[in-house]
Design a protein around this ligand. Structure first.
Ligand SMILES: Nc1nc2c(ncn2[C@@H]2O[C@H](COP(=O)(O)OP(=O)(O)OP(=O)(O)O)[C@@H](O)[C@H]2O)c(=O)[nH]1
Ligand SMILES: Nc1ncnc2c1ncn2[C@@H]1O[C@H](COP(=O)(O)OP(=O)(O)O)[C@@H](O)[C@H]1O
Length: 419
């Protein structure tokens, strides 16, 4: 039985809408009267016949997350080629969990297009909120209409509000719904998502069988637990293996080997499911680290920093300025997760990192491919890494040789962890 969550309230005239065109968010709102000129988004559109939006409003978050991904694929497959599609969300400023996600479509200027019928069919099939945006004759003012599709007929539920300019919100709307959908604050919150997945993703039950029944103890371990973090190809694997040998330590990774059979599956799932998978993986690794650290130092290759940084950087678009403010709850170390004695964050010049990636010749995750060609995403990941608070985290330049880097980090570990 899927867990039910509160439906976001509508209050159309209080909502702000964000449409991402070429990675940059455009914001607009609704009002009873038009403004002097249309918001930039509409003003920029080449003469569009009409625009539409499809918004998901579901009490079942797993269903909504997977439907969003399927809807994107269906629209890309079935829309006429001249129709433009962009990610969209609607939210009540500063109101957590008020976000509705969906898509904004700009219909082609030509003769009768199949778009309205296609959208009505999708909206009816999946109980989506279908809105249309029509310009006045001078193409100066735009009006939003919300359509009800009960019983197969399209009824204008009479909002007829005018589209007006809106200030960009203080932080990206994704920040309003990041907690426990991108970044999980407790083991149970992450585990709950996997439990809710089982009905649609039976493999989730195999993952659940490999999890502890509750959050493992986060009491300080007897021996140091050292975490090495950093983007792909900064030298984490090389350094963690050398640290293991130099310190006689146990080397662990997150996600742990026990969850490896399901990683590729969850990497293909939407963020809600994927981030929950990586989050529970950290707790399995934490349990192993706590056990091993009773008798020897432990080195971990990636841990919560990676999970939180990639989740936050993926949820937000645009420059790092759109990230949640430093000090926000989303950056805080989970109270029920083992705190490492020290986190070493390897930093590296992007060109040198690309060179090492090339020399290594291994495949990349989709996120690593994004890091390569999407500089803004890389800057958001790096900034999110830096904003995470909790265990002491020291950035170390990873450009020296592998041996010099090892000596530097050993000095750091010995001074900080009395090893
Ligand atoms: N380990 C880990 N990887 C994540 C997480 N979230 C996203 N990823 C993705 O998985 C990639 C790393 O996967 P790994 O299996 O650690 O690959 P790797 O070869 O060990 O990565 P490097 O240590 O950077 O070489 C990251 O670059 C991200 O694209 C997370 O929470 N933990
Ligand atoms: N300090 C270093 N100087 C130069 N090359 C390095 C250094 N550390 C690692 N490398 C090389 O860079 C590539 C990526 O290193 P790796 O340890 O796999 O990074 P990560 O685990 O962070 O992805 C490998 O080919 C490795 O041999």
């Amino acid at each position: 039985m899927a867990a039910k969550h509160a439906l976001p309230v509508l209050r159309w005239s209080s909502r702000v809408f964000s449409v991402e065109l070429n990675g940059a968010p455009f914001y607009f709102a609704l009002a009873d009267r038009p403004e002097a000129e249309a918001p930039r988004l509409f003003g920029q559109l080449p003469r569009a016949r009409r625009c539409f939006s499809l918004l998901l409003r579901s009490a079942d978050r797993v269903h909504a997350a997977r439907l969003h991904a399927r809807l994107r694929d269906a629209l890309l497959r079935e829309l006429p080629p001249e129709c433009r599609l962009a990610p969209m969300c609607s939210f009540l400023p500063e109101v957590r969990d008020s976000v509705l996600r969906g898509f904004f479509l700009q219909d082609g200027p030509d003769s009768p297009s199949p778009t309205p019928r296609l959208l009505e069919a999708l909206a009816q099939q999946h109980a989506l909120l279908l809105c249309s945006y029509t310009p006045d004759r001078e193409n100066r003012h735009w009006t939003q209409h919300v359509w009800s599709l009960e019983g197969g007929t399209r009824v204008d539920v009479g909002t007829g509000l005018c589209v007006v300019c809106s200030e960009a919100p203080r932080c990206h709307p994704a920040a309003l719904s990041m907690i426990n959908s991108d970044v999980f604050r407790t083991f149970q919150d992450a585990r709950d998502v996997l439990t809710e997945c089982v009905a649609v993703l039976p493999e989730a039950s195999s993952v659940l069988e490999h999890l502890p029944s509750r959050a493992p103890s986060s009491a300080p371990p007897a021996f140091p637990v050292l975490v090495v973090e950093g983007l792909d190809a900064t030298g984490k694997t090389t350094l963690t293996e050398s640290l293991r040998d130099a310190l006689g330590a146990v080397l662990l990774r997150s996600p742990p080997q026990s969850l490896a059979p399901w990683r590729a599956l969850f990497d293909r799932e939407p963020p809600l499911l994927r981030r929950a998978f990586y989050a529970v993986g950290n707790y399995v690794t934490a349990e192993q680290a706590a056990q091993q650290a009773m008798k020897t130092p432990v080195v971990v290759d990636r841990f919560w920093h990676s999970t939180a940084a990639y989740a936050i950087a993926t949820a937000v678009s645009g420059p790092p300025s759109g990230l949640p403010d430093p000090g926000s709850e989303v950056y805080r170390w989970p109270a029920d997760l083992l705190r490492p004695s020290l986190v070493v964050l390897l930093t590296l010049d992007p060109e040198e990192r690309r060179r090492r990636l090339r020399d290594r010749g291994q495949g990349k995750t989709e996120e690593e491919r994004q890091l390569d060609h999407n500089q803004l995403f890389r800057l958001r990941v790096e900034e999110a890494y830096r904003r995470i608070s909790g265990p002491p985290c020291i950035a170390v330049d990873a450009s020296p040789s592998a041996d010099q880097l090892l000596q530097q980090v050993l000095l750091l570990v010995r001074s900080r962890c009395c090893l």
